[in-house]
Design a protein around this ligand. Structure first.
Ligand SMILES: Cc1cc2nc3c(=O)[nH]c(=O)nc-3n(C[C@H](O)[C@H](O)[C@H](O)COP(=O)(O)OP(=O)(O)OC[C@H]3O[C@@H](n4cnc5c(N)ncnc54)[C@H](O)[C@@H]3O)c2cc1C
Length: 391
């Protein structure tokens, strides 16, 4: 039997469900294929179970991509306010936690249920769990061979996400299909990910696990002021997750441990004190960190033992503590995958492959990576919506 749909969407995550619902509500016959046994697993585990489903301040500057302008059109046509209006229509209670980040009051399940209901409104059909064995072009558009049979479609949407958290369904499937059809791939890498200390640094700071500092962390074009958290393997916390997306693996991070304070005059005011530098610093930094930091810099001494130029140098070091991580904690601990399908080969309006009519890529599989704070879901909704209007 020949099964024909107008649109086949592969991957029932955030982007795939949004796209399927939109296309279905336009009257297209839509099939959504998911290889895992449940849908929207990333939504379920996101935001500590409360799903930070968007950021009301989302704009292109909050995204990394080889083409930073690519996301502009989709975000403009489906801004955060439009998703918030959908959430409102479903009566889902939410709150702003900080910095424009909207979270469900109750549970991420509310968002999954809403997307399933939107798919139902569009008459979307599901094959799940179902594995795609291969895709070829045919007279209709595409023939998709699956464990539930072969299906033909005019529009094929790849929404299989990135490589993060493989144990809940992540695969490189989207990249393989892109390559099969001649699209380029920006090498994927873990992003929004904790960073590891080199062994010698870990030996000094590893015991500080659980301590956090309000810091400003910079690397490349990134600069974030948020909490930095010591872990038993290195550094994490929002400031580090954010900067990890900008870290190129070679450059050290520049950490301002006392952002917004001109520390030199304060140190000078304490210059004649018999107190040790680490005790003085403990007024503004966690004491155990101050002790380790001073020991590492060979300045665990009394204030009066430090000459004025040394104090000025210490102040500069506090404002620029350079740390070269030994690596990231990888895809198991990352929130997103940076890189992906090269935007040069896609239309920013429809997410369609320029050279393959009817083939679309949406969500995290594309080389568009948001900051921490609801930006990645907003990209999933916006890119899914864009493809859903035309697929
Ligand atoms: C722990 C964690 C917390 C997060 N918290 C937030 C947050 O609070 N806010 C935020 O904005 N972002 C958050 N993110 C990021 C966000 O979850 C993703 O950016 C977003 O889910 C991407 O949507 P997507 O639809 O492109 O991919 P996904 O949601 O990953 O969906 C892809 C779907 O495709 C399926 N699939 C994969 N391969 C195949 C295949 N071969 N065949 C069929 N189906 C396949 C997968 O099983 C999955 O269902 C978080 C991520 C993690 C890991």
């Amino acid at each position: 039997m020949t099964i024909i749909f107008d649109v086949v969407v592969i991957g029932a995550g955030a982007a795939g469900m949004m796209c399927a619902a939109q296309a279905g509500q336009r009257g297209r016959r839509v099939l959504l294929i998911e290889h895992y046994h449940v849908v929207g697993e990333k939504i379920r585990i996101s935001g500590g179970g409360r799903c930070n489903f968007t950021n009301i301040n989302a704009e292109p500057a909050n995204y990394l991509s080889q083409n930073p302008d690519f996301c502009r059109s989709a975000l403009a046509r489906y801004p955060a306010a439009q998703f918030v209006a959908l959430v409102d229509r479903y009566g889902i209670a939410y709150h702003e936690k900080k910095l424009g980040q909207l979270f469900c009051d109750d549970s991420a399940h509310d968002i999954i249920a809403m997307l399933k209901a939107e798919c139902a409104r569009g008459g979307v059909q599901w094959w799940m769990p179902c594995t795609v064995d291969g895709i070829v072009s045919d007279a209709v558009g595409f023939a998709v061979a699956t464990t539930q049979g072969k299906v033909h479609c005019a529009s094929l949407v790849i929404a299989t996400g990135g490589l993060t958290v493989p144990k809940i369904g992540a695969t490189p499937f989207g990249y393989r299909i892109a390559e099969q059809f001649g699209l380029r791939i920006v090498p994927p890498r873990p992003a929004l990910v904790p960073l590891a200390f080199a062994p010698d640094v870990l030996a000094r700071y590893g015991d500080l696990s659980g301590i956090s500092i309000d810091a400003e962390v910079a690397c490349g074009e990134g600069r974030f002021r948020e909490n930095l958290l010591f872990t038993h393997r290195g550094l994490s916390g929002p400031a580090i997750l954010q900067i990890s997306s900008y870290w190129n693996g070679a450059e050290p991070l520049a950490i301002d441990l006392l952002p917004g304070i001109d520390i030199a005059p304060w140190l000078r005011a304490c210059a004649r004190s018999a107190a040790r530098l680490d005790s003085v610093l403990a007024e503004r930094l966690p004491r155990r960190f101050a002790q380790q930091w001073c020991a590492a810099h060979g300045i665990a001494v009394s204030m009066h033992a430090l000459a004025d130029e040394r104090l000025v140098a210490v102040a500069a070091q506090l404002h620029r503590w350079e740390v070269l991580p030994s690596g990231t904690l990888g895809y198991n601990k990352a929130e997103v995958t940076a890189g992906g399908v090269d935007t040069r080969d896609l239309s920013s309006k429809t997410m369609a492959a320029a050279a393959v009519p009817g083939l679309h890529f949406i969500g995290e599989v594309v080389d568009v990576t948001g900051w921490l704070g609801g930006y990645n879901f907003q990209w999933a909704w916006a890119s899914g919506y864009a493809a859903g209007q035309v697929a």
